[in-house]
Each structure stands twice: as structure tokens, then as C-alpha cells.
Design a protein. Sequence first.
Length: 709
Amino acid sequence: MSSSPAPHNDRTDAAAFPPGEGSPLQSPLRFLPGVGSARAALLEKLDLRTVDDVLWRLPRDVLDLTQVKSPVDLVEGELQTVRGVVAESDSRETRRGTLTAALLDCGDDFVRALWFNAPWMRQKMQPGSRWLFSGKPKKKDGRWEFSHPRLQQLGEEDDDAHGGVVTRYGLTEGLRLHEMKRVVHAALEQGGEYVSDPLPAPFASANSLIALTTAVRQVHEPRSMAEYESARRRLLFDDLLEFQVGVALRRRLWGRRSNPPVLPVTAKIDARIRRLFPFPFTNGQNAAIRDIITDLQSGRAMHRLLQADVGAGKTVVAIYAMLVAIAAQHQAVLMAPTELLAMQHWRTIDGFLEGSRVRRALLTGSLTDSKRRDVRERLAAGELDLVIGTQAVIQEGVNFAKLGVAVIDEQHKFGVAQRSRFAGQSSMAPHVLVMTATPIPRSLCLTQFGDLDLTSVTDLPPGRQKIVTSRVTAPTSRRKAWEFIRGRLQQGRQLYVVCPLIEGDEATGRAGAAHVFEQLQQSELAGVRLGLVHGQLDRDDRDERMEQFRHGELQGIVATTVIEVGVDVPNATLMVVLDAERFGLSQLHQLRGRIGRGSHQGYCFLFSESNAPDAVARLSALEATSSGFEIAEKDFELRGPGDVLGTRQHGELPLRSADLVRDRDLLEETRTAAMQLVESGEIDTAEFAPLKLIVLDRFAELMDLPRTG
Ligand code: ADP
Ligand code: MG
């Protein structure tokens, strides 16, 4: 990858220092009173380095003790809360079952709590433990009684003599709550007054936001839940707004920077392209193509994300877009994340283009130097129309004479910077179509891909059958599964066996693909022609085996997730995933997509011995649904963004306080506000200069935004 900055990205020296550098907000935590380097190291484990970091770290939760009543003030039948220490507890058998009772010392009086048939409560109600009881009390024999109250256990440190709202923070081993609170307090003392509000007052009030300086204080030391909630909203809003303004600026830049070619699609061109395919397009493909045609003729550069379920036929849409460019005497490029995928696309596209005059080449890292040089020269001279490759296509030295359309497959493996690299490739910015392997949850679309227009294809080519998916746990079921598979293999179908090849496992041989391969050949799949494919294998060997598999010389492939994306062998209809609980939902769905590609019924067996609730939840979700859109949302809820995208690096969003799952609504709200600020040009006015500075400071690099203009 070229490391020289693209021309649009030069930064003036004046802007090279982030605003506020040297301010008390940027001060390292070890300089705070009472912190020191040992505690600073603990705080660093929580990603807290500066005063500012602490101020923006929201409490993990809060306890509302403002409404806590003293027993003498309780009234019958209303929902109320008391706080106290368990004085004694006991259980006894009655005619109605076990009755557990606890006596809570609330300071000036006692209350009683009762539970029927919940003997474990005895264990929880240890004398000396501190609790909040909430419920509707009744007076019995002169004492207030709570039946099955809602409970919240308090630590010693939560014991706040004057009630109020108690904040609690995420902690780490060696750092206790009261210590964390001292740090927060010190940070407020030290930095609180230096927090400046980047938002103009009218904008803040139009969005029901309190002042930032107030919010920073109130979120950590609220006097009421209302104070806490409004403060929290303000911090989350700013966090997400800044992110979304960055995304909106990025989006504007796509439009501005480019002087894209206008690529017409006549009826004749359309018919000529469609004739290349042996099938009619699906409604979803047609709709996507309509979006793309509009973009290509708009005079604005296309920046579109095409999301579709596995097997929906994105490649066809990509080919269409590229051929439109070529028909208009422009070049087209398709970039895939791996060699395997690039090869596969090459094969597919080469097949469709058989007999056409499109001048095409494959460009990957494994070409010989002289071959690579040849492709580059022909590209630069305009003697090639179409190139398919890996990241080699955006490497330094690759220049297109007249690039019209660039397609990026499996975008989640690439970042924004790589996307924008295409723009620097050619005097004209090309139209860019980005494709994802599986659907992406909406909140990630709004962030990671928020600068792109979105097209979703929700239907599949006709004749596809739902893949029968079963979670296999018991040894007997496993034997039956293998038996079933042998039967299908005899009928001519083909099989993938997927192993989670985890570093170290391979060394010990445990559950590693190589080991499994040996074992299967000796037992369950004796006599079956099997091949082994994994990432550490020599590329030639790997390609050769995939080739043998494609031609049916091999009946089965034992593999790691190298087969995860894109591999297309329609006769392969059987899949076994070993240790399936080790994979994420979206990843499993993607894997399963490998066997839903032909007309025969597909069967996917998820082998797993795990009883962990989240593993069971994930695997059951796969049994139940075949919609990648549903699965993406579910996965996101269960595991968060990093894992959904499969790579922590690109998945981690640099948000300070917000959580994409929890704060979805606010995400939508801030997106609307950010788009409006940028589209109206308000973001470029003096009033919003402080906001823009923060945005650039946080996101210029990540989003490849210029510091000026
Ligand atoms: P993905 O969206 O997962 O990349 P592909 O583009 O690889 O899907 O397409 C999956 C399979 O469906 C391929 O074998 C392709 O030839 C086939 N296909 C694509 N579109 C159609 C269609 N309209 N009718 C029938 N088969 C199609
Ligand atoms: Mg594909």
C-alpha cells in the first residue's frame, strides 16, 4: 500500500496540532492529585489516559436513591423504595410452600420482605448485606411488608448517607469504585472548567441539549435522575454527532472531488449486456442496476454500497456496472480482498465474457514481476478495459488511463482510505460500487458506511432452497450426520468440513484442519476423496486442490475459513462446521452460503459440544432463520460491531461514550442533524467552526478528510 498521502490530504502546519493540546484536558492522569503512575496504569486498562477521557466516560449505571423512603414515610399500596442492611433472614415450610423472610434495618425502623417458594433468597439475604427493596408495601402487625420486592444489592461504597443519585463505573482488577470516583472527581476539579461547548446555543436548544460544561459535571455527580439523563444525552449526542458530521463530510467530499464520467446506458447496451448471462436477472438485481444506472448518468460520482444476502448474485450486478463503463470506452476494475476470491471472480467473469471483445487481465501479488509490469503498462496505455485483482490494483505504480467504474468486493475488509485511493488513481474520479458479503446491521451502515448510498437486494435467484441447518451435539447424532453425508456423497454431492483453525491448536494438532483431515480419512470418511485447504498452505497447492474440488475429482474439502467468502461450487451441498460455537453468527451464515448455490438441497451441520447459553443462542438462530438481514441484526446485538465485521481493527469505532447497539435511536437522530449541517453548508460557518475542528481532530485520519477547506 502506498504510504504517500493523496494530494487532497495535505495538512497545513497550523492545523497539525489538535485543538486543546496542552490544555488541562489533555493532561495525563498520573498528574492528577491522588493518581500516580500505578493507578494511571490501571486506568489505562480501561482506555483512560487523559482528564478528557475520564470526563467523557459515562457511568456504567446509576442508582437512584433520591426516592428512597424512610419506613415511617411509606404509604400503603404505592411503588416505593427503601434502603437498609439485612438484620436476619430465615426460611420455613408452610402449607403453601417455603416461606423466606428477611428483616431489613433501614436506620430508623425495620421492614420485612417475604418470598414464597424461593428458598435461594435465604442465601442471598446474608445478614449485613445492603439492599434496595422496591415494591408496594402492606402494613402487617405494625410492620411494613414487601412481598417479592424488586432488589438491587448495594456495595459498601454505594452507601450514600444523603441519598441522591449514585454513579457506578466499569472497573478493573485493583481499582475500586471509590477510587475511581475520586479520579472522576479530581478530573472534574482539574478539567471541568476548561470544557468548552462546541455547539451554538440555538442549535443546542433546537435539539433539546443542555450546555456541555453542565453536562460533564452532571453526568458524574447528578443530583437527580433528570439531571443525569439530560447530561448523558448531551454527551452521547456530541459523541455521535461528531462522528456523523465526519461521515457527512466524507460523503460530501465524494461528490465534490470528482468530475466523474457520464456513462450512458442505451437500450442497445442494456440488451447486449444482458445477453451475456444465461438467466434473467432477479427483481432485486434489476432494482440495483436501476440505482446504478441513475448514478452513472448523474454527473456525480457514484458511491454506493450494495448489500445483499449470500448468493443473491451481486457479481452479476457488478459486471453490469463495469460493462457500462467499458461500453462507453472507459476502464473498469474489480478489487477482491484475497487472491482466492480474485481468482474466482476472474474465472466467473471470464466465463461470462467468453466471445466478447473486452480486453481483460488479472492482477494479483502472485504474478511474476514481468507479467505485472505488462498489465500495468497496458492499463496505463488504455490497452486493457477490465482488470480484476487483489489490493495489487491500488498499489503504487498502477495507473489507469481512463477509469470509469471501480468495484470493491467484500468492502468490510477494506477501510475508507483504500476506497478513496481509487480517486487518486486517475485524472477523473471513477464511480465506486462497494459490495458486502453479508448484510450489515443498520447502525453499522449509518456509521461505517454512512458516506455511501445504499442499495439492498433482498431476494435470491429462483429455485434456491432453504438450507437445512441442524445443531449437532450428541455423539450419536454426529454419527448419524456422517452417515447421512456419506449417502449424499455417494449420490455425487460434495462436502465442506470447516474447522476453526486457531493458532496454537494447529501446533498441538487439536481440532486443527490438518488433524481433522487425517482423522476423517481413517474413520468417518474412509474411502472418500478428500482434500485439505488452509491459509498456511502453499498457494499453488491450495489453488490446485480447489480446482480439483471444482471439477469433482475431490469429493470433500477440509478447510479453515479460507472458504468463507465467495467460493462458488454449486455441486457442494453439504457442510459440517466443527466447534461451531467458535464462529460468529454472520460468519457462520457466510460459510453456510457456500452450499446454497445450486439446485440441490443443502445441508449444514453445526457440530458443537458447548452448552454456553450464548453459543446455543447463536446456533439456534441459524437453525431458525436463513435471512442474512435478520442474522446481521441478531449478531450485532449479541456481539457488537467488531465481531460482526470479523476484524476488530476495522470494527472498533472510535466512539467515546456511545454504544451502537444501545444508542441506536440517538444514532439516527444525530445522523439527520449532521447531514443537515453539512448539506446546508452551516458546518462551514464560523458558528460551527469549533465543532468542525473537533470532528477533524477525531476523524480526519480515519475518514481520510482534508484538514482544510
Ligand atoms: P453473491 O451475492 O453471494 O456474491 P454470486 O454473485 O456469487 O452471489 O451469485 C451466486 C450464484 O447465483 C452464482 O452461481 C450466480 O451465477 C448465480 N446467479 C446470479 N444471479 C442469478 C439469476 N438472476 N438467476 C439465476 N442464477 C443467478
Ligand atoms: Mg460474491
